[in-house]
Design a protein around this ligand. Structure first.
Ligand SMILES: Nc1ncnc2c1ncn2[C@@H]1O[C@H](COP(=O)(O)OP(=O)(O)OP(=O)(O)O)[C@@H](O)[C@H]1O
Ligand SMILES: [Mg+2]
Length: 259
């Protein structure tokens, strides 16, 4: 397809069943450097399963994954992190009682020692969190010392993304329904945040049910239907109606039937 663009990630013929249920069937996917690829489709279409194959949560039954053109085996979370792939799921996985720095560094806290006794290096955590949020997520949080349950939805989203970015030399950020629980203003901020991440050269896979959001932030849209890839369109050359048609499997749909 599109020559001149570098594929970060290539899936060919990827399938995954749970018992007799074929969740993902023979799916091809291309993700290019610095693009936002949206994955849309009805409930149960196989979107989350597909991306969990990329993040090592599930192992594909068959098919091929290439990273930078090289054949890759993703059999664990570690493999996926080493490949620079991170995901932020809808629940964000934050510890609400802890402030942002403790959440970003969770399980990987820097330590300094006084007479052999380890202390968590809060100052470094705070400084690095502030830096990652500012330089790599593109957001400044005033209230870094507050527990994250005091944060807005968008701020919590930013902290979860900062953690994903901190974890690895991030190349691919997967966001599964990042705006599902957010109000309009927070949604707008999260979309800005996605644009900022893309500008920093990171490729984004965005799973969303919201076609308005998808069309405002994505470069291309891949539609999943019944476990299969039903089509891929370029946002600049497509319409919500066309995408909706691919989602439901019919050309004849009212574009406003799908929010
Ligand atoms: N761990 C699992 N065990 C068994 N079945 C599963 C598992 N995960 C997903 N499925 C099934 O696989 C199919 C695809 O599910 P998946 O979660 O990938 O869909 P989705 O497109 O993400 O849907 P949604 O929009 O509701 O999040 C569904 O029928 C689902 O019930
Ligand atoms: Mg899902």
């Amino acid at each position: 397809m599109e020559s001149g663009r570098r594929a970060v990630l290539t899936l060919r013929g990827v399938s995954k069943s749970f018992g007799g249920l074929r969740a993902v069937i023979d799916v091809d996917l291309d993700l290019y450097e610095g693009e936002v690829l949206a994955i849309v489709g009805d409930n149960g279409a196989g979107k989350s399963t597909l991306i969990k194959i990329l993040t090592g949560v599930h192992r594909a039954d068959s098919g091929e994954i290439r990273i930078d053109g090289e054949k890759a085996e993703i059999t664990s979370r570690r493999d996926s992190i080493d490949a620079g792939i991170e995901a932020v799921y809808q629940n964000l996985g934050l510890v609400n009682s802890l402030p942002a720095p403790a959440n970003v560094f969770l399980g990987q806290e820097p330590v300094w020692r006084v007479m052999g006794v380890p202390f968590i290096d809060n100052r470094t955590m705070r400084r690095e969190t502030e830096r990652i949020l500012r330089e790599r997520v593109g957001i400044v949080l005033e209230n870094l010392d507050d527990p994250v349950h005091n944060y807005s939805g968008g701020q919590r989203q930013a902290v979860a993304i900062a953690r994903a970015i901190f974890n690895t030399e991030l190349r691919v950020l997967v966001l599964d329904e990042p705006t599902a629980a957010l109000g309009p203003q927070e949604t707008r901020k999260t979309l800005e945040l996605i644009r900022g991440i893309k500008e920093r050269g990171i490729s984004v896979i965005l799973i969303s049910h919201n076609l308005e959001n998808v069309f405002s932030v994505a470069d291309r849209v891949q539609v999943m239907r019944g476990g299969r890839s039903a089509g891929v369109v370029e946002v600049a050359k497509s319409t919500r109606k066309e995408v909706l048609g691919l989602i439901v499997g019919s050309e004849d749909v009212a574009a406003d039937a799908y929010a």
